[in-house]
Design a protein around this ligand. Structure first.
Ligand code: PGA
Length: 250
């Protein structure tokens, strides 16, 4: 089974509208012959500007988060309907910064996953262990639980719109990367969870990205691994010169 490679840029809380649109313009030009699947996730305020640039290109428009409710009295939140209205096609959910800095738990993340899928969005569900959990030998158990709980109630049909991103928390923005072997072991474990829940075919099809200090120098070795099907890139996605070599690998 050959799975498509999927490379996504998470711009986090960086860039104004004009800066974001400029980066998007450069990426659409430089990735237009790229053979993989691509996504950029700018901040909420830049979605409209970036959406106008990537429309009709081979780059999907993604959001970095979304409210767990469709609408209502939720000051400061952004709803799935508002995202869809801006042309958003996919949403990153359960990012470690949401889990740890903003205290989102598996139950809340699962609610968001179900809501995004109900409204036709694609989802990138992030899982990953803390350094203390890895040191205690719990990395696989943590990722298993986050995967299972994040996907609770997701139908087999909807799973086709889900990508998992394994992002060890200790590797995000730190310059430390999991070795390709260590990352592949967790990816294999997550794929095993999918096999248990949805069967072998679904497990063979699901795309599992790696994230955590991915850069041009380590991307190819990571993605050469059997179970690593792409990358969720933070820091290196902020400039075309560092993102394009990752996105055009192979
Ligand atoms: P990083 O971030 O590439 O800067 O480590 C990855 C992520 O948080 O998605």
């Amino acid at each position: 089974m050959t799975r498509p490679y999927y490379i996504a840029g998470n711009w986090k809380m960086h860039k104004t509208r004009s800066e974001a649109a400029e980066l998007a313009r450069e990426l659409t030009a430089r990735l237009k012959d790229g053979k993989h699947k691509y996504l950029v996730a700018p901040g909420f305020t830049c979605l409209e500007a970036v959406g106008a640039v990537v429309k009709g290109s081979n780059i999907l428009l993604g959001a970095q988060n979304m409210a767990a409710e469709e609408q209502g009295a939720h000051t400061g939140e952004v709803s799935v309907l508002q995202l869809k209205d801006l042309g958003v096609q996919a949403v990153i959910l359960g990012h470690s910064e949401r889990r740890h800095t903003y205290k989102e738990d598996d139950e809340l993340i699962n609610k968001k996953v179900l809501l995004a899928l109900k409204h036709g969005l694609e989802v990138i569900l992030c899982v990953g262990e803390l350094l203390s959990e890895r040191e205690a030998g719990q990395a696989e158990a943590v990722c298993r639980t986050q995967t299972k709980k994040g996907l609770e109630g997701v139908s087999a049909a909807d799973l086709a719109r889900v990508t998992i991103a394994y992002e060890p928390v200790w590797a995000i923005g730190t310059g430390k990367t999991a070795t390709p072997e260590d990352a592949d072991a967790i990816h294999a474990c997550v794929r095993g969870v999918i096999a248990e829940l949805y069967g072998k075919d679904a497990a063979a099809k699901i795309v599992i990205q790696y994230g955590g200090s991915v850069k041009a120098e380590n991307a190819a070795q990571l993605m050469a691994k059997e179970n690593i099907d792409g990358a969720l890139v933070g820091g290196a996605s902020l400039k075309a010169d560092s993102f394009v070599p990752i996105a055009m690998f192979g």
